[in-house]
Design a protein around this ligand. Structure first.
Ligand SMILES: Cc1cc2nc3c(=O)[nH]c(=O)nc-3n(C[C@H](O)[C@H](O)[C@H](O)COP(=O)(O)OP(=O)(O)OC[C@H]3O[C@@H](n4cnc5c(N)ncnc54)[C@H](O)[C@@H]3O)c2cc1C
Length: 392
């Protein structure tokens, strides 16, 4: 029987990785504490394809049925031209069937809500809480919180996402590790000007694209991705005008929908950057998921890999009282998987949004061809959705 170590472990960040990690540390007899900077379970979000490692971990947590209830049906991929005319319409069933792994389309906050509900009652998330200071000692880590209090922990895990404060405090500034892929993205709720149906409806123009997709409440979201050399964003109150400039004279109804952004739009925007670090742990502190190795929306599978990484980290910690050996084993299991996904994302980034009109035409041809059964199978295999849990 495995020994239970009963360590006090602070998890910074109550997102997908943090909640999963809390669940599994508790299962293994540790004493986790989860802190989350948001005032409550965040409800802003975007659609994610959920498969691979996340699926396997969710199955082990017994929450797959709950997640399946929250599935959003996306039936077809539609491509519009700048005049709003449909130039490609393809049902997604063939592509879905060709995937080597089952997949759900979910809203990210709903995945988080299901993960939070799976936590035992004696593991509440401490909302509106963040770290301001972190001092490592031989036997413990001394942490200062935003309410002025301090507490000692055996270990600290940064599960605080791409802009991790834990990483900043322990490993150094984000600029050392962030590798922008040449794009900016934004996602936000849009007014129901029309019924776009159960479809992902996309406009692709040189240098920029826009996709409208359904949420589960009968509303719609917009996702923008455009080529940009920027490495950081302007102040929040200037981001709407940044998007208006990037999509000036765009076709269809895209500029109108960007103009509609207001405080109810749950507007989320960032530079698309990978996080690449030589090591994911230092002393008694380790990083997990986007904090350690953000894959980006270009590769997808960030949420799934976040759950896989959290599971593997908890499992490796359970095997030994030597936290450094556990951190090393966790990194050895995760790193090849992560580096393969990141390399794939860098390749896809070259053509993710076409640069020219010719590129746009080519992408439409690919979309038309992609849904023949044999090509769909090849794409399905290439997209992967493999699971880190399936690896030895
Ligand atoms: C537009 C978009 C589309 C995507 N599509 C997909 C997809 O199709 N499939 C997929 O699998 N993945 C997708 N991803 C990626 C996925 O959402 C992320 O990889 C995943 O959420 C990472 O989980 P995480 O727990 O590391 O970080 P997050 O989910 O970002 O969670 C981090 C948490 O830490 C909290 N936090 C931050 N700083 C602090 C602090 N200092 N103190 C306390 N708390 C803090 C945050 O509030 C947040 O709750 C997409 C991402 C984006 C942006």
């Amino acid at each position: 029987m495995q020994q239970r170590h009963g360590r006090h472990i602070l998890i910074v960040g109550g997102g997908i990785a943090g909640l999963t990690l809390g669940y599994w540390l508790k299962q293994h007899g540790e004493h986790p504490t989860i802190i989350e900077q948001a005032a409550q379970c965040r409800d802003e979000g975007y659609g994610i394809d959920f498969s691979g490692s996340g699926w396997d971990v969710a199955q082990r947590m017994g929450i797959l049925a709950e997640l399946a209830k929250r599935q959003i049906q996306v039936e077809s991929m539609i491509i519009k031209n700048s005049r709003g005319q449909t130039v490609v319409q393809q049902p997604l069933a063939a592509l879905r069937e060709a995937l080597p792994h089952p997949m759900l389309h979910l809203m990210r906050p709903e995945l988080e809500a299901v993960l939070a509900a799976a936590l035992p009652p004696d593991l509440p998330v401490r909302y509106a809480t963040t770290i301001v200071d972190l001092q490592q000692h031989a036997e413990y880590v001394d942490v200062g919180f935003n309410d002025g209090s301090r507490q000692q922990f055996d270990l600290v895990i940064g599960a605080d996402g791409i802009h991790s404060q834990t990483r900043q405090l322990v490993f150094g500034p984000e600029s050392q590790f962030a590798q922008p892929l040449g794009y900016t993205f934004a996602t936000f709720k849009i007014p129901k000007l029309a019924d776009y149906g159960a479809n992902a409806t996309m406009l692709v123009e040189p240098q920029r694209q826009a996709t409208i997709y359904p949420d589960r409440q009968g509303g719609f979201l917009m996702m923008l991705a455009y080529r940009s050399p920027q490495t950081s964003l302007p102040a929040p109150d200037q981001r709407k005008s940044m998007l208006q400039a990037a999509y000036r004279n765009a076709g269809w109804i895209i500029p109108q929908l960007i103009d509609s952004i207001n405080h109810e739009s749950a507007f989320y925007c960032d530079v698309i950057s990978q996080i690449r670090m030589p090591r994911w742990s230092q002393g008694r502190v380790a990083l997990v998921a986007d904090a350690a190795h953000c894959l980006t929306l270009i590769s997808g599978q960030g949420a799934a890999t976040a759950m896989g990484g959290a599971y593997v980290l908890a499992e490796e910690l359970a095997k030994t009282a030597d936290h450094q050996a556990a951190f090393q084993a966790y990194e050895q299991r995760m790193r090849p998987f992560v580096e393969r996904k990141q390399a794939g994302a860098r390749r896809v980034a070259l053509t993710f949004v076409p640069r020219t009109r010719l590129g746009v035409c080519l992408s439409q041809l690919v979309m038309r061809a992609a849904f023949s059964p044999s090509l769909a199978r090849a794409i399905g295999k290439r997209i992967g959705f493999d699971s880190v849990l399936a690896m030895a």
